[in-house]
Design a binder for this molecule. Structure first.
Ligand SMILES: Cc1ncc(C[n+]2csc(CCOP(=O)(O)OP(=O)(O)O)c2C)c(N)n1
Ligand SMILES: [Mg+2]
Length: 357
């Protein structure tokens, strides 16, 4: 009987290349540049971030008064992320999806603060007819696909949205936000694999606010440099200062250019911080007041752009005027929300199934 020949081995102990051949090295995106904005553009970012901050502060008050029921997760501290990224999108074709900390993303997309506040207070005029509340807001008209309570689920849903953009050739890109905690969820990686394999037009955005409920990122994550999380799927990642709206805006341009050129997904890790507890019912005993205060003092995104505006010649009067204008918008939204009627009980049976039954 002929002796079977032993398989050929490379002398250095490494596996010899065998068919099919390995994929070539992945191209890398360029280092993003901080966005150069003129005074008017900076004023617009200031206005939008301030709107989110004041809106969230008011939502916190309404919650305290018992006007908002259920869960309520505030976005205070993270404003530069939604504003910096979404200001770069094409609202006529791009889509956005996020988790339950969603009010800021809707405001940054230009959705009327009144219908968001009315949703928070469970009123008929709310964007989900008062039946979704804080975590389940949705607006197909704005291509804003929620508002999701299941950690990580929006990543697979966002991958589906990106598939739709590609399938329909509508030129859109999906922006899918998720938290540092969500990066340890299994479905995120199944989505990464499919997105890269099919070169889907999606920007995976990790909002690393340092905590997942009461667990800090380095206590929960073996690899805490979250921008590397796509590497084993060949998805390039960039780490960005999420407290600097112009740095975020610059990264958005780099990411959009990459995705729109058909190069597939990209991952952005925005290093940010949430000032409030995880939700309104979180006593936040897992960190010190000093830690929060230090971030507020050193890296507040709104103070930072305000400072740049002052350097660009904006007067205190002008900035105070904007603050007043924003407070007025938020007050009107709160009044609207308090005065709107609750949904009719019959609404319990609508919007449950797509078709009538
Ligand atoms: C699948 C699933 N597991 C657990 C939870 C409970 N839960 C709600 S929020 C949260 C923390 C998520 O933290 P992160 O992704 O960092 O987002 P952040 O709240 O900081 O915005 C957890 C574990 C959930 N909603 N869904
Ligand atoms: Mg987090």
């Amino acid at each position: 009987m002929a002796k079977a020949s032993s398989p050929k081995r490379a002398r250095n102990g490494k596996a010899e290349s065998s068919a099919p051949p390995a994929k070539p090295n992945r191209e890398r995106p360029p280092e993003p540049k901080r966005h150069e904005a003129d005074r008017d553009e900076m004023l617009e970012y200031y206005r939008q971030m301030l709107l989110i901050r004041r809106f969230e502060e008011r939502a916190g008050q309404l919650y305290g008064l018992g006007l908002i029921g259920g869960f309520c997760h505030l976005y205070i501290g993270q404003e530069a992320v939604a504003v910096g990224l979404q200001s770069a999108l094409d609202q006529d074709k791009d889509s956005v999806i996020t988790g339950y900390r969603d009010h800021g993303h809707m405001l940054a997309y230009g959705i009327d603060p009144k219908v968001i506040m009315a949703e928070l207070t469970g009123r008929q005029a709310g964007i989900s007819k008062g039946k979704g509340g804080s975590m389940h807001m949705f607006s197909v008209d704005h291509r804003f696909y929620g508002g999701h309570g299941i950690v990580g689920a929006q990543v697979s849903l966002g991958t589906g949205l990106a598939f739709k953009h590609k399938y329909k050739k509508d030129g859109g890109v999906c922006l899918a936000y998720f938290g540092d905690g969500a990066t340890n969820q299994g479905q995120v990686y199944e989505s990464f694999n499919m997105a890269e394999l099919w070169k889907l037009p999606i920007i995976f955005v990790i909002e690393n606010n340092q905590y997942a409920m009461g667990t800090s990122v380095n206590r929960s994550s073996a690899e805490d440099q979250l921008y590397k999380r796509g590497e084993s799927f060949r998805i390039p990642g960039l780490q960005i200062d999420g407290m600097d709206v112009l740095a975020v805006r610059g990264a958005a341009s780099t990411a959009l250019e990459w995705v729109r050129a058909g190069k597939g997904p990209i991952l952005l890790e925005l290093k940010t911080y949430r000032y409030r507890g995880h939700s309104m019912s979180d006593p936040a005993k897992y960190r010190s007041r000093d830690e929060v205060q230090a971030v507020r003092d050193k890296s507040d995104p709104i103070e930072a752009i305000k400072h740049e505006l002052e350097n660009a010649g904006c007067t205190e009067e002008e900035l105070k005027g904007i603050d007043k204008e924003i407070r007025q918008i938020v007050s009107e939204a709160a009044d609207f929300a308090e005065q709107s009627p609750e949904p009719d009980p019959d609404e319990l049976y609508t919007d449950v199934l797509v078709e009538k039954y």
